[in-house]
Ligand binder design. Sequence first.
Ligand SMILES: [Fe+2]
Length: 299
Amino acid sequence: MNIYTKAINYLNRRVFRTPGVEFLRQNDDIDVRKKYLNFWLKRSRKKKSFQKYFFREVSKKNSQISFKNENYLLNDEMLDSLSNNGLLIIENALPEKEREKIIEYFDELKGHNQYLKNWTTKPHNPGFFKEVNEMMGKTNIKNFEYLSNYSAQFTKEIYGKIVEPTVELRYLKQEKNKIEEKVKGGTYIHTDRFLPHFKIYYTPHEITINDAPLEYVLSSHKINNNFINFYLNTKSYDETDKLFKNFEFERKIVCVPKNTLYIALTNGFHKRSQFNNNSERSLVFLQYVEKFNKIDYLF
Ligand SMILES: [Fe+2]
């Protein structure tokens, strides 16, 4: 990596990164919050591609959420479902060869020893969870052809252009036979940020109810008066806030077979369920808050 790329990456990570709730956390005053939300949401509304997914109200309730991949291409039915639910699941997502390649990366994370794959940062434990061990490594999307192709299709559709994701492989393991304690920002239902954005997840293995599956509050991603009112007034940004009662919608727990990709519009409410056993989870995360950042929302 040359010095120019390093500098750009640093700026994207620290300065230009998509705004989260930091400003709101520091400002209780409702008028100040209103100005801030208006400023960013007004700009988001101008992005044509955001209209369908974040600003247009739900058109069909309870439509299909899970689809079986046939040709590695997204179709209108899938995208309509994503727009309405804020969540889309694609089973049988990658060719077996690419799934195996991803499993090899996770084998290195489990092994805790030699890191010979194309990691861009050396795998380490981010230290976020108390009772669960985690190993996280970053790599480049170019290592995974079909996953990269899904990423390109989703970003083109939702962000209006192809955006390169940051790719994190996260391996979680709980070794105790008990229900894990809840963790703020993780296993409490929360929202990541108020601006339109999303995450893509890929699991090479089956995820059961004991393996800490994602839980998503369907259609909680639509930016309407209810949504804005929450951000104007909230103190805790999660299910412990009294305003969360306005989001008691249907929920989906994402228990899926092996080789499944799913995407969640994560300005909507979600959490990782707690581990409920001696169990493990291997997940690839594709995120865009560094490469689709303040500058893209502004102009
Ligand atoms: Fe989150």
